[in-house]
Design a protein around this ligand. Structure first.
Ligand code: SF4
Length: 350
């Protein structure tokens, strides 16, 4: 019987799941991902996590609870950094995740909690993957092949996110073995262009954000996300900041905000954040000030917690979009720049 390995559908899975899914599958394991977030995962998470944890961390606990009795091994890596000079890491809560889970949830199976630290080394990803594979009694050529297949899946996945496909949907299609098809280029009838920016586990989790994507599309809004910004453009925007932040996802969000304010102009910005998020207290203020500086672009903060209701999100979003339409009709129209698709195949850790 194949070993079953569980991966929670939470936090970094929204961006990096395809690599690990393909890697473990090619090693001969059966990969089980938890279901999309539901009331049950939220309740499990709230029960098991410490009280002052942010919503995404609580949800991670909830997804682990769902998986723990279904798998032989849990993959809960300690994500430290994935690129760059090593000056930026993931939020401190990511670094303590495996310890938090061990101390909060009873009856866990074996946990693979390898450090993922992809800087200051030669072929760091290969080394980390070989280390993980050894714990699963795999070695040699099969590991090398699994890493290469993983990279290809990851590239394909990121290209889909760049086309505006939601990560949750892309993950489901991948698990179902369906080839991801890029959406056909159709002339859009949307009259408002809105950048919905934030961490992938908030923007793509349709349960906790009350189906923000679908809701906005129904309102005739053309959505832009952090993942739709080509990596080189994000890097370039980093040079315009007086100082970069310490956290990887935060830097991506702040840079995407600048990109949509300066290079690919939108009618408004929505920052999706979690109540109680430490890094976002700084990120949110920075984004708001940038929006004010660039032609006073309308900016809205959507703060989510376990009590966020659909009605509350709907009312705020509708009011914001109505205000943008009014503003646009009064003549505050901005030009849309055409920045082209300049993704490179080697961009897999974004
Ligand atoms: S960045 Fe914020 S929302 Fe994300 S895990 Fe850290 S504290 Fe929570």
């Amino acid at each position: 019987m194949r070993t079953k390995i569980g991966i929670p559908r939470a936090l970094f899975s929204y961006l990096y799941f395809p690599f690990w899914y393909t890697f473990f599958s090619k090693l001969g394991l059966e990969v089980i991902i938890s279901s999309s977030t539901s009331k049950q995962s939220l309740d499990f998470g709230v029960k098991e996590a410490v009280n002052d944890a942010c919503l995404p961390i609580k949800l991670y606990h909830g997804h682990v609870v769902e998986l723990k009795d279904k798998v032989d091994v849990l993959f809960l890596p300690r994500l430290v950094n994935v690129k760059g000079s090593g000056k930026e890491t993931f939020c401190p809560k990511f670094l303590g995740l495996p310890d938090m889970i061990r101390n909060s949830i009873a009856g866990l199976p074996e946990i693979i909690d390898e450090n993922i630290e992809l800087v200051h080394d030669i072929f760091p990803l290969n080394k980390a993957c070989h280390k993980i594979a050894r714990r699963l009694d795999k070695s040699g050529f099969v590991v090398w092949r699994a890493i290469n297949s993983g990279k290809k899946s990851q590239q394909a996945f990121l290209k889909h996110l760049a086309q505006g496909i939601s990560a949750d949907r892309a993950i489901d299609m991948m698990i179902a073995g369906k080839t991801l098809q890029l959406p056909e280029e159709k002339p859009s009838s949307a009259d408002i262009s809105l950048a919905v920016l934030g961490y992938p586990y908030l923007v793509y989790d349709s349960f906790i954000n009350a189906d923000l994507f679908a809701r906005m599309q129904e309102m005739g809004v053309n959505l832009q996300t952090v993942e739709m910004v080509p990596p080189q453009c994000l890097k370039k925007q980093g040079k315009h900041l007086v100082k970069n932040l310490f956290w990887h996802f935060s830097n991506r969000t702040v840079r995407a905000n600048l990109f949509y304010l300066t290079e690919h102009k939108v009618d408004g910005i929505v920052h999706v954040t979690a109540f109680g998020c430490g890094p976002d207290t700084m990120v949110n203020k920075l984004m708001e000030l940038e929006a004010k500086d660039y032609e006073r672009t309308p900016f809205m903060t959507l703060s989510l917690d376990e009590h966020t209701g659909e009605a509350g999100v709907a009312t705020r979003v509708e009011a914001f979009v109505d205000m943008l339409r009014l503003r646009k009709n009064k003549g505050h129209v901005k030009n849309m720049n055409n920045w082209g698709n300049i993704w490179r195949d080697r961009d897999i850790w974004v």
